[in-house]
Design a protein around this ligand. Structure first.
Ligand code: ZN
Length: 70
């Protein structure tokens, strides 16, 4: 038994903290509505893709993380 829940991993066993795993911001909507808020366009979520196997194996909707990619 593990005391920390494991992060999802891709086929080659990397998790989102690995340097070969790149975040990809995903936008589901057009920007027009969001511009009115004056905070730029925030991605709806961020995918994590492994550069080695190309698999998208994890994603986050954490606002603090999404703000880094707007
Ligand atoms: Zn991989």
């Amino acid at each position: 038994m593990s005391d920390t829940p494991a992060l999802p991993t891709c086929a080659c066993g990397r998790d989102r903290r690995h340097p070969l795993v790149i975040p990809e911001p995903v936008y589901l909507r057009g920007g027009c509505l969001v511009w009115g808020l004056g905070m730029g366009k925030l991605p709806d979520y961020v995918n994590y893709r492994c550069r080695q196997c190309g698999e998208v194996f994890d994603k986050t909707t954490d606002v603090a993380i999404r703000r880094q990619y707007r």
